[in-house]
Design a protein around this ligand. Structure first.
Ligand code: ADP
Ligand code: MG
Length: 745
């Protein structure tokens, strides 16, 4: 074992590196207090082959657990264990041979450093050995701590997220941590031992050298520089250089390097955002102004100038001038709140322009804070909403118009969804169809639309969905009280912004009256044609008919017994022709004639009496029930003809089963009504519409002219005929005649 080497290395730690050590453990008060170590001085003699303590003294002695008496005058072998004594004897022997020897050992658990050197006599022979021991336990501890700390720092440095490196004074890498190497795209071992300058981009290399020199002179520096990445890209980095000084000399340079790429980009982004923001403010369609805490305008964007008409120089530094007098109080109370941190947005109010005109605005006011979060002013953002307001008002107005129209229209306005359910109905639903206004489903609607029309209407909707065209068609709906109402429907699809059908609107008009008028016109047209025809031919037929009848009578009187039957048939057929021609004549007869005041009850009573015989024949009872009626200007024979026709039809309808024909008169302020109700076969719905058309008959011997004549006569009297009937239950024919109006030609 080479003790000398060991010792010198330890000494170097204690001396040269002591700076480092004390630096690292600078704050360790325990180590500093230990600068005065326990020591021991001794003298040794050699007797034959044994080394013997002559004297020893020092504080370390006690620590070692000895008294002076226990050592002085004793040999090593007497004092120590065999092994220890042998070790010491070795070092002492070297000293006896003329060397200065240092050794490190341990007694009683205390590490100590020993040094022993020869003491020569006047003849130049070694006479004694003198020695010195010093307690190094605290240094030992420090050494241990140093090791630990070094390990600790190494680990710290190795895993430090920033790059950490050491350069020697020539700029070569002594150490680079992985993070540092990675910034340049390398691994630590690729850089250690290499020059650092080639990593710097050429244009900044000179600067880097200047920085390096300054660090070498002992200055701590921080600078930004660009380095090359292994892949050739330039990487901006921030470098901190700390010179490491040992014994007042810069020994190496410690560096911390940070990759700035990201933060640079953030900065760029931030600037971009800032630029964009100010660009947005500059070009914003909203007027933006900033006020200080004294309510003076500090800045305003161009829109602000444009909206208000004041130039910048008339605004900056001035108080706000565009608040209508009556709003000033509320404006300043808002301002006070904003200064306390409140924010207003979307306040609709009025502002004044330079020219004094007022306009609608939408105002947002927010407090402005400085970097410490203290409110230092406020901003106002103003949007001119005059156009919007006008449009709103116009819309409201037109909505109001539409509302008034739809709410008050006599027509029925409906909105259906695409499935055919009713979404909206105008209040006229109640007046036209008698139903309450409420949503109806498609099947609800199907219940009230005429079965013949139901499919056709929904098919029409389907067609509209595809073609997006409007349509016009007539449909029949059942009124809440049961009768049918004709509606002329005008339907149109409502398109949304994408051009798709969203719903349907139908506007329907009650055309029941018109339909009746049309029917009437149709009938009366037939009547007129028929009337003209009749007028032309009736006379021509009547005359020959008279002679035919007369001569048949004469022939019958002379006829053989077996031929009489034929003459009878001929005569009855001639009568039949005569009746038909008679009825034709009635149609064609020029009116008016014989208009007088008549009591309708009286006329009815006469007809009832006349038909009683025929009724009895078919076991039909006639019940006549009357209320007093005003007299009417009318043609009695013609009205009687009507009553006869109607009552004959009623009796004929009960021919098979018998029954009661009730005749009843009623009156209202406007009308006299005569009701003929039978219990006969009734008329089917579709037949009902045909009643009154010429030649419409269901009877073998019928002419199909009776009802037609009735309509004609009643209409001539400005009255109406209504027929209601249920198949197999009976029919009610109602004749309405206007009161007081009488007969007008
Ligand atoms: P006609 O009696 O000659 O057939 P009308 O014009 O008087 O001709 O009547 C036309 C048709 O109307 C009749 O054939 C009959 O089918 C129907 N009709 C009229 N009144 C009644 C009634 N009270 N009950 C049932 N059917 C009726
Ligand atoms: Mg008839």
């Amino acid at each position: 074992m080479n003790v000398n080497e060991n010792t010198s290395s330890l000494f170097s730690v204690l001396t040269a590196d002591n700076n480092e050590l004390s630096k690292t453990v600078k704050n360790d008060s325990h180590v500093q207090a230990d600068h005065v170590q326990d020591s021991l001085m001794f003298l040794i003699e050699k007797c034959e082959s044994f080394f013997k303590y002559v004297s020893c003294q020092g504080s370390l002695l006690e620590k070692f657990g000895f008294t002076r008496d226990e050592l002085e005058g004793k040999t090593l072998e007497e004092c120590y264990t065999f092994e220890f004594a042998k070790r010491r004897a070795g070092s002492f022997m070297q000293a006896w041979e003329g060397n200065s020897v240092a050794y490190e050992d341990e007694i009683n658990g205390i590490p100590y450093l020993g040094a022993v050197s020869p003491v020569y006599n006047s003849e130049g022979h070694v006479q004694q050995l003198q020695g010195f021991c010093v307690d190094i336990s605290s240094w030992k501890q420090s050494e241990q701590r140093l090791k630990e700390r070094e390990q600790y720092f190494r680990t710290l440095v190795k895993y430090h997220p920033d790059g950490v490196y050491t350069l020697d004074t020539d700029g070569q890498f002594l150490y680079v941590n992985p993070a540092g190497a990675l910034i340049a795209g390398y691994e630590s071992h690729e850089l250690v031992g290499k020059q650092s300058f080639p990593l710097i981009v050429p244009e900044e290399r000179e600067n880097a050298k200047i920085y390096f020199h300054r660090a070498r002179e002992g200055h701590v520096l921080k600078y930004e520089i660009k380095i090359y990445h292994k892949n050739g890209m330039k990487v901006p980095v921030e470098v901190t250089n700390i010179p490491i000084t040992i014994d007042g000399k810069v020994h190496s340079i410690y560096g911390i390097v940070k990759d700035l790429t990201q933060s640079k980009e953030y900065e760029k982004e931030l600037n971009f955002v800032k630029d964009r923001l100010s660009g947005m403010i500059q070009h914003s369609a909203d007027a933006i102004a900033i006020f200080d805490m004294n309510d003076r305008l500090i800045d305003a964007n161009p829109t602000y100038e444009n909206i208000y008409g004041w130039k910048r120089r008339e605004l900056i530094g001035f108080f706000v001038r565009h608040i209508p007098a009556e709003l000033k109080e509320s404006y300043y109370s808002m301002v006070e709140n904003v200064k306390k941190g409140m924010k207003y947005s979307g306040i609709e109010t009025v502002r004044i322009k330079k020219d004094g005109s007022r306009f609608y605005v939408n105002v947002t006011m927010s407090p402005l804070k400085d970097e410490n979060g203290t409110i230092c002013g406020y901003s106002t953002v103003i949007r001119d909403i005059t156009a919007q307001k006008r449009a709103q008002e116009a819309l409201h107005e037109s909505n109001e118009h539409y509302r008034i129209i739809t709410e008050n229209t006599l027509d029925l306005i409906n909105v259906f969804d695409c499935d055919g359910a009713l979404l909206y109905a105008s209040p006229s639903l109640k007046t036209i169809l008698g139903y309450e206004v409420q949503p109806y489903t498609k099947s609800d609607i199907k219940k009230i639309i005429h079965p013949d029309d139901s499919n056709s209407m929904f098919e029409m909707f389907q067609k509209m969905l595809e073609s997006k065209d409007s349509f016009k068609k007539d449909y029949m709906f059942r009124h809440a009280d049961g009768h049918w109402v004709y509606l002329e429907c005008h339907g149109m699809p409502v398109l949304n912004s994408e051009g798709e059908v969203e719903s349907f609107v139908t506007i329907s008009r009650d055309i029941t009256d018109r339909r009746q008028t049309e029917d009437f016109l149709r009938k009366s047209e037939k009547l007129t044609v028929l009337g003209q025809l009749a007028a032309g031919i009736a006379h021509e037929i009547r005359n020959p008919l008279t002679s035919l009848k007369g001569f048949t009578h004469i022939l019958r009187a002379k006829a053989e017994e077996e031929d009489i039957e034929y003459y009878e048939i001929m005569l009855s057929e001639l009568d039949r022709i005569n009746t038909i021609v008679g009825e034709f004549m009635m149609l064609a007869k020029p009116q008016p004639r014989d208009v007088k005041l008549n009591d309708v009850n009286q006329l009815l009573a006469e007809v009832v009496a006349l038909l009683m015989a025929q009724a009895n024949l078919h076991s039909v009872q006639i019940a006549f029930d009357s209320v007093p009626l005003p007299t009417l200007q009318c043609e009695s024979d013609q009205l009687k003809q009507v009553f006869i026709n109607v009552m004959k039809n009623a009796i004929e309808s009960m021919e098979e089963a018998g029954g009661t024909l009730s005749v009843e008169t009623k009156r209202t302020d406007e009308w006299i009504s005569i009701h003929f109700r039978d219990e006969g076969c009734g008329i089917s719905e579709e037949m009902l519409t045909q009643i009154g058309e010429p030649f419409y008959t269901t009877k073998e011997k019928g002419t199909g002219l009776g009802m037609m004549i009735c309509y004609k006569i009643v209409e001539n009297h400005r009255g109406k005929i209504e027929v209601k009937s249920t198949l197999n239950e009976g029919t009610t024919v109602t004749i309405l005649l206007p009161v007081q109006k009488g007969y007008v030609s």
